[in-house]
Ligand binder design. Structure first.
Ligand code: ASP
Ligand code: MG
Length: 320
């Protein structure tokens, strides 16, 4: 926010009025799309004994409740597997809290508290999920343009409906691409955000990254047959807006989950309840999460994510 402007003044500004009306348009369209495909919306958990430990350098918020260790939800990935086992096609607009390192404060795309649209489908493959996600994005962008062009115009935003299927690169290709721009990464490490932003800008459209080596992704993503990679994808926005989606096929076999937890050097006790669900019999599922504020930031063409989230908390700064 500009120094001189109070938060209430920002909310009353023409810009914020347009951004938050677009926010409603985006969530309405996402619900319309998923509802038309038989997905059921669930209210999301806020705290849990188990939540995602793999957060690209961010930390979880641990709380003590009735002498039990709990976490504020960092991602409902484990809950999605359980719900999709029972209901086949599910989604939630889920609150996530991730204590991002303060060095990410100026990135324009990190919030400490954000909302993730979590989608999960039983019996679906990585390919199915990628096709679903790109159609969902194309549908939402097309509805926003069709129904709310004056709002986009008022923000000076020109958007066009992306063509599906989106372009794809593998992790290995992304490393080679990055090297061309002097961005070198050790094989097996996560793709740095500058590299993601750069290759997505060069791609000139939405870009999928697949074929990640397993060490740099969550233990819950299913291994490829070679045992070295995971069936997982990220989607990058065009124009250098960076990461849009993470997702993949899930590991559901209790023995493999236990092995993956120990390979990731995590405490199996922390995942007791998830392991109990797996022992009960999880179905193979696949899904993804898309940060709503990041999607809205792209739609609105707003580089500063704090402007598209009501009452934003940015790394190192907790406000109202
Ligand atoms: N757990 C992932 C994340 O929050 C999303 C997913 O795999 O569905 O980044
Ligand atoms: Mg991610």
């Amino acid at each position: 926010m500009p120094e001189a402007e109070t938060y209430l003044e920002y909310l009353k500004s023409n810009r914020a009025q347009a951004v938050f009306r677009l926010s409603q348009a985006v969530t309405d369209s996402l619900r319309e799309f998923l509802g038309s495909r038989g997905f059921i919306e669930f209210l999301p958990p806020i705290v849990s004994a188990v939540t995602d430990p793999g957060l690209r350098g961010a930390e979880r918020v641990q709380v003590s409740m009735y002498d039990t260790r709990a976490y504020v939800m960092s991602s409902m990935v484990f809950h999605k597997q359980v719900l999709a086992t029972a209901f086949s096609r599910i989604y939630s607009f889920a609150p996530n809290v991730r204590l991002e390192p303060v060095r990410n404060a100026g990135s324009g795309r990190h919030l400490v508290e954000f909302c993730q649209l979590d989608v999960e489908e039983a019996g679906s493959s990585l390919e199915d999920s990628m096709r679903l996600a790109e159609r969902m994005i194309a549908f939402t962008v097309s509805k926003v343009i069709e129904r709310h062009r004056p709002l986009l115009d008022s923000l000076g935003r020109t958007l066009s409906v992306p063509e599906v299927p989106f372009q794809r690169v593998t992790y290995d290709e992304a490393l080679r691409e990055g090297a061309k721009y002097g961005l070198s990464v050790r094989y097996g490490e996560e793709l740095p955000q500058v590299l993601e932003a750069r290759i997505s800008r060069e791609a000139g459209g939405f870009l999928w990254v697949t074929g990640y080596p397993k060490g740099c992704r969550g233990f819950y993503y299913r291994e490829s047959d070679d045992g070295e990679h995971v069936l997982s994808m990220d989607l990058l926005f065009p124009e250098g807006f960076g990461e849009a989606i993470s997702g993949g096929e899930r590991e559901y076999r209790p023995d493999v989950i236990k092995r993956r937890i120990s390979e990731a050097r995590l405490d199996p006790g922390e995942f007791r309840e998830f392991l109990a669900a797996a022992e009960d019999g999880l179905r193979p599922t696949c899904g993804f999460g898309i940060g709503i504020e990041r999607f809205l930031r792209y739609i609105a063409g707003e580089r500063e994510i704090a402007r598209v989230r009501p009452f934003p908390k940015t790394p190192g700064h907790i406000a109202m």
